[in-house]
Design a protein around this ligand. Structure first.
Ligand SMILES: [Zn+2]
Length: 147
């Protein structure tokens, strides 16, 4: 189980909706099993961005600095799958999490249409994506979940 605040969870879904028809993405940071920070990114794939997400290396270094300042670790990545029903990692999603160990968590927001949004979280364990439960709590309650 991984815990998100309402604020972070809402920001992620809203970012994905705002970016339609293109893929949106960003980093997840935190400690233990608690997400304590998110860093939405711009998609650098341009018009190919309907089917893929590209990160600039400049942005990646800002993300690591941002999380370091907040004293949290990079835990993973979220991204959207526009015009798809079920949030299932693609072959590329699995490959990316195998290549980059910092991206242990992969959150997928599938958007069939604006009223049909499905979210799922996968943790890469032994090179395979294992589905995890997402728990969303009020911002003020997040401290209870920190060990
Ligand atoms: Zn994907």
């Amino acid at each position: 189980m991984y815990v998100f605040t309402v604020k972070h969870f809402h920001t992620i879904v809203q970012h994905c909706l705002d970016y339609l028809p293109f893929e949106a993405g960003g980093f997840l940071g935190g400690r233990g099993n608690v997400i304590l920070g998110i860093f939405p990114l711009n998609n650098f794939a341009g018009f190919e961005g309907r089917e893929k997400f590209e990160i600039s290396s400049y942005m990646t270094s800002s993300v690591f600095e941002f999380f370091k300042k907040k004293k949290i670790q990079v835990m993973g990545f979220y991204h959207s799958h526009p015009e798809r029903n079920l949030p299932i990692p693609s072959k590329q999603d699995v490959l990316a999490s195998q290549i980059i160990p910092a991206i242990r968590l992969n959150m997928i927001v599938s958007i069939n249409d604006i009223l049909d949004v499905n979210c799922a979280l996968f943790e890469t364990i032994g090179g395979k994506p294992i589905k995890q439960t997402i728990k969303v709590v009020q911002d003020s309650k997040i401290d209870q979940y920190l060990i």
